[in-house]
Design a protein around this ligand. Structure first.
Ligand code: ZN
Length: 150
């Protein structure tokens, strides 16, 4: 394992152990639930959207370290971002975890999301890592359906 991969793994373990924005949001405007049946990950996301900006959000649920760390990092990254910016970040993240294994990627431009750069090598883990993002998008669109990563 290279030094950078080791650092990324530490970041993931830290977010898993001390998830940011974990809990319930007392007053929310948007909500969605997501499930990744392959791994058993389950997440619940609540958003407070004011004037097209996600001013607050929280997640709860249970799952593997990757799904939890991804939710924790996602919530920190999209807080105080506009809906448009959050959707752009989702696109970036999606490209990062689903692009071909041998494609050159410039991890610097992904900021904190770069820790998931290694996930594309493990197709089963892609669903764990993207669950929080798919759930975020359903919450933004306020679809009353459960986001399932399939
Ligand atoms: Zn998982």
């Amino acid at each position: 394992m290279t030094e950078i991969q080791q650092l990324y793994q530490e970041v993931i373990l830290d977010h898993n152990k001390n998830p940011r924005n974990f809990g319930e949001l007392p007053s929310c405007t948007n909500h969605a639930e997501g499930k990744n049946p392959l791994c058993g990950d389950h997440i619940d996301i609540s958003l407070l959207i004011e004037n097209d900006v996600i001013t607050d959000l929280k997640f709860s649920g249970s799952g593997c370290a990757i799904s939890k760390a991804s939710a924790s990092i996602m919530t920190s990254e999209v807080k105080n971002k506009s809906i448009l910016e959050a959707k752009e970040l989702f696109e970036q993240f999606h490209d990062l975890v689903t692009c071909a294994k041998d494609k050159e990627i410039d991890l610097d431009k992904f900021g904190k999301l770069a820790v998931f750069g290694g996930v594309r090598e493990f197709p089963a883990r892609v669903k764990c890592a993207s669950l929080a993002w798919h759930t975020l998008i359903s919450a933004i669109d306020n679809k009353n359906e459960i986001a399932i990563t399939e």
